[in-house]
Ligand binder design. Structure first.
Ligand SMILES: Cc1ncc(COP(=O)(O)O)c(C=O)c1O
Length: 406
């Protein structure tokens, strides 16, 4: 792991030997902004705009024929294959479709009849959508839903149900040991639906090696696919033939243009497609993925952890409470810090060009996207935070006015 710099000069030196430093120019980022919110919405890669423009031109030029001529009909699968390479999965195990919420529902519903026990488990500190989906699916299916204490999933696997679990917790950034959970699940007839939203594009995930069977994740965070970019679903080759999509739409049918009145699923994960894929969003995502091409995922993860470790060291020097694991191996790409007046502090930071986000009631999150951030920028951002806290300049009326999105 990279030892965090202890001075600004050391930060500058680290940047000089950063193998990912030249990736920054692939992004459209406003001058003077240090963007520490890539864990929420990644900034636009220039290649996303180019692909989006090209797709718009295909649409105008070839109209409906573009489904064939521009290959739109297979775009969700082709994009899925590119994401598979980023999460350690095989070609044909990932499809891009819908949102994370919808994919969690589909995968958990499909998994229920395959698990030893007809029950759903979710930890109470999981992202709320994961909990709502479990509760809604429980109501619909009659499966028992058990809410677990934080960290309770591993033990719950013994009961043999379906567990919905984040690989990186959205608030704490705690990383789950996927391989250990999967070994335990297999022993007890349980199935895990991994939520990879905060892990994809920042950790060196190895789903096949770790024995993961099911996962969903988003593409608008570290994959920079754009606001509302479609999510992905992963199903291992060995499990896919046993599963039924609970929302069996025509796009998951083996022959959608046969207009058969009887449903016959496509092979593999493609059966989890339901409706028409969002081509313009897929085009932007496909363009964005170019910014990840050729990146060594080990280097990507190491840099995210190095930047996070720097932020943690500076926060501790300020006497702040760090809510994320200090140990690099246990932490994802973001760092959460408890600041009682977090909301106005985040607004005051933004006014000084440092963007972070706030999660009620008192958590400020700093995301460390390794493709466009530098050690120097993180050093300076933490100095800005220190200045704002010391001077009390955050305590101004305009910083307290709450927006809908925090
Ligand atoms: C861990 C996690 N899961 C799920 C979601 C929601 O995903 P979607 O809006 O695509 O349903 C988010 C959104 O930030 C998230 O952080």
């Amino acid at each position: 792991m990279i030892r965090p710099p202890t001075s600004r000069d050391e930060a500058v030196l680290l940047d000089q030997s950063d193998p990912l430093a030249d990736r920054r120019e692939l992004f459209d980022l406003p001058e003077g902004v240090t963007y520490l919110v890539g864990h929420s919405l990644g900034p636009p890669p220039k290649s996303a705009r180019e692909r989006l423009t090209a797709a718009q031109q295909d649409w105008a030029a070839d109209l409906v024929r573009s489904w064939n001529s521009a290959g739109w009909i297979d775009l969700a699968e082709r994009t899925g294959d590119r994401i598979a390479a980023l999460i350690g999965a095989q070609p044909g195990e990932v499809i891009v479709a819908d949102s994370v919420s919808v994919n969690l529902f589909k995968l958990a519903a499909a998994a229920l009849p395959q698990a030893r026990t007809y029950a759903l488990f979710v930890e109470e500190d999981e992202f709320p959508t994961d909990q709502y989906i479990a509760a809604g699916l429980g109501d619909l299916s009659g499966a028992e839903v058990r809410q677990l204490a934080p960290g309770g999933s591993f033990k719950a696997l013994k009961a043999g149900g379906v567990v919905i679990k984040s690989a990186v917790n959205y608030r704490s950034s705690e990383v789950a040991d996927i391989a250990a959970h999967e070994r335990e699940a297999k022993q007890h007839g349980a199935l895990i639906v991994w939520d990879l939203s905060h892990a994809t594009g920042v950790l060196d995930l190895k789903l096949s090696v770790d024995g993961a069977a099911l996962a969903a994740g988003c593409t608008y965070k570290y994959l920079n696919g754009g606001p509302g970019a479609p999510a992905f679903a992963y199903v291992s080759h060995s499990l896919a033939p046993k599963l039924s999509n609970p929302l069996p739409g025509w796009m998951g049918h083996a022959a959608p243009f046969a207009f058969d009145t009887n449903y016959a699923p496509r092979d593999g994960v493609a059966r989890f497609a339901s409706g028409t894929p969002p081509i313009l969003s897929l085009a932007a995502l496909g363009g964005a993925l170019a910014a990840m091409e050729g990146v060594d995922l080990g280097q990507l993860e190491a840099k995210a952890k190095g930047l996070g470790a720097l932020a943690i060291a500076r926060a501790q020097a300020m006497g702040l409470e760090v809510l994320s694991p200090v140990e690099d191996a246990r932490r994802g790409g973001h760092v959460s810090i408890r600041i009682a007046e977090g909301y106005p502090v985040v607004q005051a930071l933004a006014a000084r060009g440092v963007m972070a986000d706030f999660r009620a009631p008192d958590t400020v999150r700093f995301g460390f996207s390794p493709l466009f951030l530098s050690y120097q920028a993180v050093w300076d951002a933490m100095a800005t935070l220190s200045g704002i806290l010391e001077s009390g300049s955050w305590d101004q009326p305009q910083f307290h006015a709450r927006a809908k999105v925090t």
